[in-house]
Design a protein around this ligand. Structure first.
Ligand code: SF4
Length: 210
């Protein structure tokens, strides 16, 4: 089975984890992607935001949430009263998965499979064990499935505080949509409603942090 396990050093701090992850060959996604995009942010963060996987911009720049979805997320966090500087951001899968009709054509995001999410899980588990956030914000279905299992449905639990055991630790989690879903809305009206929904869920997270 695919797994990142043999690449995850024991007793490492975040910096050592990040450099080890740069050489991960735990699943085939490293082949087409440019680089590993490891989590970033405050190592003592009270809140950890978990997305799906890096996108095109993240793959180029090597940092999570630097593309259009990340900019929208920062705006929504600020509006909800969560200081982005207080957060640690990462993804369930650390390499960009995409399809491309021809070389040099636009790279189109493709959702990671359950096998790839499972393979990449040890990196997320290691980040959680080191950062020990008070709250996890789940951004979208892939992050939810990676943390809570394949029966996760974001629409059923978004904007609520869940208490679950994750990788052997009791965690509090607030699920919401992935910010890229706001960008994909059909028209301005839908986009506004989707954005407001995201901000409302993040307000639940802000209140849970106290
Ligand atoms: Fe390793 Fe995750 Fe990249 Fe797969 S996606 S190669 S498990 S870092």
């Amino acid at each position: 089975a695919y797994t990142a396990e043999p690449f995850v050093p024991e007793g490492a701090d975040l910096a050592a984890l990040r450099s080890a992850a740069a050489g991960c060959r735990g699943c085939p996604l490293h082949r087409a992607a440019t680089r590993t995009v490891f989590g970033a942010g405050n190592a003592d963060a009270r809140v950890m935001l978990v997305g799906e996987q890096p996108g095109d911009q993240e793959d180029r720049q090597g940092r999570p949430f630097v593309g259009p979805a990340g900019k929208l997320l920062d705006r929504a966090l600020a509006e909800a009263g969560v200081d982005p500087a207080e957060a640690y951001v990462t993804n369930a899968v650390k390499h960009f998965k995409f399809t491309q009709a021809e070389p040099r054509k636009r790279r189109i995001h493709k959702a990671p499979s359950l096998r790839e999410m499972t393979a990449c899980g040890p990196w997320l588990a290691a980040e959680l064990a080191l950062v020990e956030p008070e709250l996890i914000v789940i951004l979208g279905a892939t992050a939810g499935k990676a943390l809570l299992g394949s029966s996760f449905r974001v629409g059923e639990v978004r904007g609520t505080v869940l208490e679950r055991e994750i990788h052997g630790r009791p965690e509090r989690l607030v699920p919401t949509v992935h910010p890229s879903s706001v960008l994909r809305a059909r028209d301005d009206e839908d986009r506004k409603a989707a954005y407001e929904g995201l901000v409302a869920d993040l307000r639940v997270a802000a209140r849970a942090l106290g």
